[in-house]
Design a protein around this ligand. Structure first.
Ligand code: ATP
Ligand code: MG
Length: 383
């Protein structure tokens, strides 16, 4: 049932790694597939020991590439299979929580001390969270304000009087039920989960540099696409679109009269690049089918860019594409055309030390591992 990734299960063994002492894991349970990355610290670097991906669809009787809702027990079973097939030896690390199970918002709060903030935030949070306080886990973080910066930018336009005197707080809320489901997965797998992190924070760590300019991250998943603007490492705006790679496959299957499996395979193999195996008419139809989803997603992204520009009076300098959908062959050129900013495909493994013979494959599959790599990097940094 494992996904056939080149050198997937061989990497750890073939490179002669010993037991996973000191090694850490990043585990990303996505809607359609789970990814794992094992890193080992060495002279300040993060060495990639092994990695792997497993499609979750087959554990819930749906096709590879489709989003599926599994019980924590079934998910744990898939993770254990993945661990085995990827020759994972480490047993501790971080696990991601889907953005869709969380609520991330920026609150405008008056400038009060941290004790007062602690009392005020749960009350303020009620405006954003449609659930009783007892049912969610809240976490927050005061967004540091750079005085010089503030003065340098003209942000006066849409500010209320409170905002200009206040402070911004990044609020994160997770449903208790979600936390419990992840705890069950952790205990069923016997892994020692050191922390849980909402996936967007993991992806930022692995896919963005330390630049100051605002960047739009677009995570092309199976059933959804997540987009968020990050400035100086801080998430400012988030947006979820209910279209993703699965819809590309569905369009393709419908248009060419293929079953989902075939459409999924052809999408991954050829994507937007014309193939001699198909007639001109077929090549045309493939392109139209794939682009119809992309046009939708990128037009939403352009709206995010526009509204960010308006609200903060600055332009987003570039967009970084992550998620399995970002591996679509031929995507970069089309994305550059469709998006009103420069586009880059994420390369999370660039943050790790990898053997040269894997460069090409890691570049190709890299975007899908952005979250898993980011989780493992966090665990390494905290050691
Ligand atoms: N080489 C490829 N070319 C095109 N699409 C691909 C490729 N590899 C994977 N995908 C697509 O990427 C999507 C899955 O992406 P990803 O694994 O990032 O999603 P996920 O993490 O399971 O979902 P989510 O992030 O929404 O929870 C699927 O639609 C799959 O078809
Ligand atoms: Mg994902």
């Amino acid at each position: 049932m494992a996904f056939s990734l080149p050198s997937f299960s061989q990497l750890g063994a073939s490179l002669g790694f010993k037991s996973g002492t000191g090694s850490v894991l990043g585990i990303d349970i996505g809607a359609s597939s789970a990814k794992i990355v094992q890193l080992r610290p060495a002279h300040g670097a993060a060495i990639l020991e092994t990695y792997g991906e497993i499609a979750l669809g087959p554990y819930g009787d749906v096709s590879i590439g489709k989003a599926v809702k599994l019980t924590p027990e079934k998910t744990a079973e898939a993770i254990l299979d993945l661990i085995r097939e990827a020759n994972v030896t480490a047993r501790a690390g971080g696990l991601s929580i889907p953005f869709s199970s969380s609520l991330v918002s920026v609150l405008d709060m008056p400038k009060v001390d941290s004790d007062q903030l602690k009392r005020m935030i749960p009350i303020e949070a009620r405006k954003y969270i449609p659930l009783p306080a007892s049912e969610v886990m809240l976490d927050w973080f005061v967004i540091p304000q750079d005085e010089a910066e503030e003065a340098a930018f003209d942000r006066i336009t849409e500010k209320t009087p409170m905002q200009s005197k206040g402070q911004e707080v990044l609020l994160v809320a997770i449903h208790n039920e979600t936390v419990r489901a992840y705890q069950t997965i952790a205990s069923e797998t016997g892994l020692s989960i050191k922390f849980y992190e909402i996936e967007i924070f993991s992806a930022i760590r692995s896919s963005l540099g330390h630049g100051m300019a605002p960047v739009l991250v677009i995570d092309l998943g199976a059933a959804t696409t997540k987009m968020y603007v990050v400035e100086k490492g801080i998430v400012r705006v988030t947006h979820l679109v209910t279209h993703g790679g699965q819809h590309m496959t569905e369009n393709l299957a419908r248009s060419l009269n293929w079953d989902f499996e075939k459409a999924e395979r052809i999408k991954r193999e050829h994507g937007l690049v014309e193939a001699s195996a198909f007639s001109a008419d077929e090549n045309d139809k493939i392109k139209v089918a794939l682009l119809s989803t992309l046009e939708r997603v990128f037009s939403e992204a352009n709206r995010v860019l526009l509204s960010y520009g308006k609200r903060y009076n600055k332009n987003v300098s570039r967009a970084i594409l992550t998620g399995g959908g970002a591996s679509l062959p031929g995507l970069a050129a089309h994305a550059n055309e469709l998006l009103q900013t420069e586009v880059e495909i994420a390369n999370p493994f660039a943050r790790t030390e990898t053997p040269a013979f894997l460069d090409k494959v890691l570049r190709e599959i890299g975007p899908g591992f952005a979250v898993a790599v980011g989780l493992a990097l966090r665990e390494l940094q905290h050691r």
